[in-house]
Ligand binder design. Structure first.
Ligand code: DOR
Ligand code: ZN
Length: 346
């Protein structure tokens, strides 16, 4: 018998891009619809590198929450070569800023101010380990000669594994993992290591991006991999291991910047994120494990309590809009634009 209704502890999104300015009027309500909290990425231009600027950004986000919604943004700082260990003391004292994001310079959208050499940030990482501040990692090497499909695997070998040998106390979340290699590495990595998994990497593989025509709305980083890696991610997500939890990496871009000769990386999943995760878990007979993945393992890793509210999903088709207003000039196109979604948030 199939289930037509599931209730779960209200989930959180442990990896999210909201952007800034007028875009917040679209991105914030889409996430606040179903997530109680979200870890907000700091890759603005200029990046969010101080507790003071993170708190100001947080106020702009809160101003975009709709009157009937409740939403708690959990802020992050952007690790640059210059980020001082002293800023970690300020972070540790702020209840609203809870982690630091590591982008290798040049890895992805707005990563030009990221880390150029891990050696330059060791003193800051040491302070983070002492203060138990989690490091959220975009795990891809940036050497232009490295094949784009190998970048995540090589990051583990060349950067992450040596870093964790050197600083075993550092709490690490390998964000948006895309390969069997990452699943294996995280599983074998001890309590201080976890990973987030996006819904687009669970639903899709590189054929969806490239076979029969190039589909820019599936282009993201780390790039979609072959289907055997997709299968490994699904197995990890539904495994019941507390090391894998929900992080959408919902990353809105203007339609014109996606549908372009050189399109931006990012998939906008927030308008149907929880519904799409439910679809994946249902396809694999694991709906009973969605709650732990979406609502329990994340707070557990971050040392926070799960939410007290509940949400209910019912099996009822609805149609996702083709696009949403985003700026005065242009729109944003969600994943599954114009398609039927089979779960609906009550
Ligand atoms: O696809 C992505 N989009 N991957 C990232 O790492 C960044 C994100 C963005 O900010 O657009
Ligand atoms: Zn991201």
């Amino acid at each position: 018998m199939s289930t037509n209704r599931i209730s779960l502890i209200k989930p959180d999104d442990w990896h999210l891009h909201l952007r800034d300015g007028e875009a917040l009027r679209t991105s914030v309500p889409h996430t606040a619809r179903c997530f109680a909290r979200a870890i907000v990425m700091p890759n603005l231009l200029p990046p969010v590198t101080t507790v003071a600027s993170a708190l100001a950004y947080r106020e702009r986000i809160l101003a975009a929450v709709l009157p009937k919604q409740t939403f708690t943004p959990l802020m992050t700082l952007y690790l640059t070569d210059e980020l001082a260990p002293l800023e970690m003391e300020r972070l540790a004292k702020s209840p609203h800023v809870i982690a630091v994001k590591y982008y290798p310079a040049g890895a992805t959208t707005n990563s030009q101010n990221g880390v150029t050499d891990i050696e330059k940030v060791i003193p800051t990482l040491e302070r983070m380990a002492e203060l138990s501040i989690p490091l959220l990692i975009h795990g891809e090497v940036t050497d232009p000669d490295t094949d784009i499909f190998d970048r995540e695997r090589l990051f583990i070998e060349q950067v992450l594994s040596p870093l964790r040998d050197r600083l075993p106390e550092l709490r690490v979340i390998l964000e948006h993992i895309t390969t069997q290699d990452s699943v294996d590495y995280v599983k074998s990595g001890g309590d201080g290591l976890a990973a987030t998994i996006t819904v687009h990497h669970l639903l899709h593989n590189r054929n969806d991006l490239l076979a029969g025509g190039i589909r820019p709305h599936f282009y993201c980083l780390p790039i979609l991999k072959r289907s055997s890696h997709q299968t490994a991610l699904i197995e990890a997500a539904i495994s019941g291991s507390p090391k894998f939890f929900l992080g959408t990496d919902s990353a809105p871009h203007l339609r014109s910047q996606k549908e372009s000769a050189c399109g931006c990386a990012g998939v906008y999943t927030a308008p149907a994120a929880l519904e799409l995760y439910a679809e994946v878990f249902e396809q694999h007979n694991a709906l009973d494990r969605l709650e732990k993945f979406a609502s329990v393992f994340g707070p557990q890793f971050y040392g926070l309590q799960p939410n007290t509210e509940q949400v209910t999903l019912i099996r009822q088709d609805w149609q996702l809009p083709e696009s949403y207003p985003f700026t005065a000039e242009d729109t944003v196109v969600p994943l599954r634009s114009g398609d039927k979604i089979c779960w609906q948030l009550k």
